[in-house]
Design a protein. Structure first.
Length: 171
């Protein structure tokens, strides 16, 4: 399996992959498109997994912000991660997540947040964000599915406030 940065030639394949991975709904596929053409997109953090020339997985980190008492802090949000249903449960999603988190850290980003399954993401060091003083009001979700991963030691101690997803998540 090859994990690489997404290219323009991959866009159609990534759309179809997200459509299949999310039960033939196009919400996530359209979200990826909106993010790609917004100012929250980071090209180096949109990755695909390729097997035998076919794209079988995709993960995307994009910019968001935490509103704090003393201003705003730029952070990343993970959404979505997709794996072709025909090859799920083979570690493709895990490999994509590990690689995108490594790249985000290398780029100097300190925190990644997400809304996700509370038993899946802790293996990547995600933990409930609320216990670290980070709130989410744009979406109503249980506390255990709103999670944060500290990529750079000490970032959680310096961060509290409300996560704000960018407009691309709401169109």
């Amino acid at each position: 399996m090859l994990i690489r940065t997404e290219t323009k030639d991959d866009f159609k394949h990534v759309f179809n992959l997200n459509y299949l991975a999310f039960e033939k709904r196009d919400d996530e596929a359209k979200l990826v498109e909106r993010i790609r053409f917004s100012n929250c997109f980071i090209r180096d953090l949109s990755l695909v997994a390729e097997e035998q020339g076919e794209i079988v997985g995709h993960v995307l980190l994009s910019k968001a912000k935490i509103i704090q008492e003393n201003g705003e802090k730029e952070v990343l949000v993970l959404a979505p991660v997709a794996v072709n249903p025909s090859v799920q449960k083979k570690g493709i999603g895990s490999n994509l997540i590990q690689e995108v988190l490594r790249r985000a850290k290398d780029l100097g980003y300190g925190l990644v947040l997400l809304i996700g399954h509370p038993t899946y993401y802790p293996k990547f060091d995600f933990q409930p964000a609320k216990q670290h003083g980070i709130e989410l009001t744009q979406f109503i979700v249980p506390d255990d599915v709103f999670m944060v991963c500290e990529l750079i030691e000490g970032e959680l101690q310096r961060t509290n406030g409300e996560l704000r997803y960018p407009p691309a998540f709401f169109r």
